[in-house]
Design a binder for this molecule. Sequence first.
Ligand code: S3P
Length: 449
Amino acid sequence: MSAAARTLTARRPAAPLAGTIAVPGDKSISHRALMFGALAIGETSIAGLLEGEDVLRTAAAMRALGATVTRDAPGAWRVAGRGVGGLTEPDEVLDMGNSGTAARLLAGILASHPLFAVMTGDASLRRRPMRRVIDPLSACGARFTAREGGRLPLAIEGATEALPLDYRLPVASAQVKSAVLLCGLNAPGITRVEEPEPTRDHSENMLRHFGAEVAVVPAGTGRVITLRGQPELRGADVTVPGDPSSAAFPIVAALLVPGSRLTITGVGLNPLRTGLFATLREMGAALTVTRERLAGGEPVGDLLVEHTALRGTEVPPGRVPSMIDEFPVLAVAAACAQGVTRMRGLHELRVKESDRLTATAALLSANGARVELDGDDLVVHGTGRPPAGGGLVATHMDHRLAMSALVLGLATAQPVTVDDGSFIDTSFPGFVALMNAAAGEGAPALLAA
Ligand code: S3P
């Protein structure tokens, strides 16, 4: 638990979830908008930026590296960039807080800048593996000194004349892919990354939007991405869609609370992010998309979700990257569904903000659900009714575990308590107020204990 741990409890709401809500901006796109803005010449104007702790760490890091980052109004930010290769050496240690994305993408940027920097993070981030970026980035000429096991704090001596990288990812990771591409921005020639499965392509889309030359071709089950180095990135306007990974929580809540009917507007629908929606539909969910449109180069739509009796399903390993952050909340839905749900090939969950595979199983069993870990598979035995609830869930500094447990508590007969909800602010500031508002008048469903 952090020093300012915040215990939270969820109980069944007095009324169904109803009305129209919007979730905060996409976390992945928000980090990238600030970073690419800092690497561009001229001004980048961002609408709908997620003002969660993780993204604020990226904003602070870009300032420490010489970019001018200004907040004009809620979600409305401007970045005056330094140009590719133009960032300057930071005076202080860069503290990336809880954010793996911020740390890994920044390692990519720093690797091809001729400067010295030290990066650290909170206790969760200091446990997470960085060798997955240190190894490929070292080949450009950068030097890294990390703690035992390739953990933060990490000292980086960026290359003076970086070499372009050619790398096949050993795991499907958009963070590692993006780190390599960001490094390649300041290396002459072609940087090439091969991914074994397609992962979220926000970096590729946004690099093009800022004027870089990026090609993507299918290769086997995955893709090859090439980037021509040393482009002149030009400041651009970025509209950040609502985060589908945040929308997942009110969606599953509305599916589980009888009588609910909720609309969530402006949710990002990039096909490499929508694996949860496909899975929920296979489970029978009444989940429809309306007003599909393009906003800032990304598909966006409104989602209408209605309470549904769900049935178990099987999630194939190939779908994992497109819903990598959604397994805890899917497991909650599965615990209330009729029949078995098997989620296959979840090894990457062990290196998220917590060991999410173990922690998700613990979350469910603390609340009376039947769950097993079978190697890297998570198997949930649903009975068609919510489990009893009544558990105290350890959240291990992990925002998504906290929100998933609270969603479960909206459906169970006994309330569900989390030991620390403070990390929810990393990705979904306002979550408690938004869920309480969706549950309408009467006693709030989510409460600080
Ligand atoms: C992210 C990629 C994912 C995801 C994370 C955000 C990104 O990590 O879990 O929340 O913005 O690139 P991996 O690509 O390492 O699985």
